[in-house]
Write a protein that binds this ligand. Sequence first.
Ligand code: NAP
Length: 364
Amino acid sequence: MGPISKFQKGPPLARLVLIMACLNSVLASVSIASSPTIPTLTLNTGKKIPAIGYGTWQAAEAELEKALDAALEAGYRHIDTAAVYENEKVIGNVIKRWISNGKLKREDIFLVTKVPTYAIDPEGVREYLKKSLANLQMDYVDLYLVHTPFGIKIIEETLHSAVSSGSNVEIDYKTDLLAVWREMEKQVDAGFTKAIGISNFNKSQVKRILDNCKIRPSSLQVELHPYLQQNELVDFCKENNIVVVAYSPLGSLGLSVYIEKLGKKEDFQNVLQNPTIKAIAEKHSKTAAQVVLRFDVQRGIIPIPKSTNLERLKQNLDIFDFELDADDIQKLKKLDAHVRFFNFMIRDGMETHPEYPFKDEVHK
Ligand SMILES: NC(=O)c1ccc[n+]([C@@H]2O[C@H](COP(=O)([O-])OP(=O)(O)OC[C@H]3O[C@@H](n4cnc5c(N)ncnc54)[C@H](OP(=O)(O)O)[C@@H]3O)[C@@H](O)[C@H]2O)c1
């Protein structure tokens, strides 16, 4: 005899508890599936994109399974991954499970992945999207991004992307961004992605794509946080109806861990310890992370914070019940210091690539 039939024969109170439990689980699944609290922005394709996403770089498969479950429970519906994060399989497994349990439909999820830097050419666009879809166990992604405007070539078969530093890669000087973009457009036509976009491109590279495309980029994903506010690039994208997505929105506290893995050391300023941000957080009874993420949302920018910590990932989503006022915004704007954490210089000679996007900064 199974537990349910035992309860059905049990005393009235036990039956009531069972009915309440069933009712709660039905209500929970209804509210989860519709995820009503997260606002959306509209892409130039007409499709909606949730105003905050869940970043997954450095989220190893073992911890990500549990964390992504919790993220979906909390209400995240926009998930950012990339072939080089090597976690697409587990993301696919979790989403598949949610779909087969009836808690989600495929169209409830906005899934983003990227062409790896070691395959920035037409063949790479095609082949890696196929691989990503196989790993994710999906027929399509919602947004496919060119991860970087520059390319590298793997020269060691045993390479693990997490340690792709100077010695085991060489620079691919032949990167042809317009040829890459034409292949990206074909992926939309083939139905493998609903929209296409770019990442780590500078303004003139975005403009070059806009001037030569059949399908316009829907989104630009760049490093963006209070110390790197990217005003000019953001304004340019808004004028051209390109949604800006902020990567490392908290200042990428995990970057120093990654740099150390490569055997290098750099000191990074911790955005979340900034006294101005901490004071604004205290004023609103929020955390520094919530203030920083809310600042993005009020600028019309989509942050994609990464957390595999079950409390912090919930905290990062809880930013839609308060408003930064004009005084807060003024103070936050003043923190812009043009500090870029991701300049990709960990790869020796990267700045010699013709499409290296931050040349002006390197020679300052
Ligand atoms: N296109 C690109 O080239 C590119 C480059 C970098 C990143 N990205 C994307 O952007 C996402 C986010 O960027 P990121 O991972 O570099 O950095 P981030 O989201 O700015 O910071 C993540 C770090 O902050 C910690 N953290 C998260 N929430 C916190 C909170 N509320 N309070 C204190 N610490 C908190 C995380 O640790 P715990 O996990 O322990 O909470 C992790 O160490 C990535 O995961 C990836 O999806 C894209």
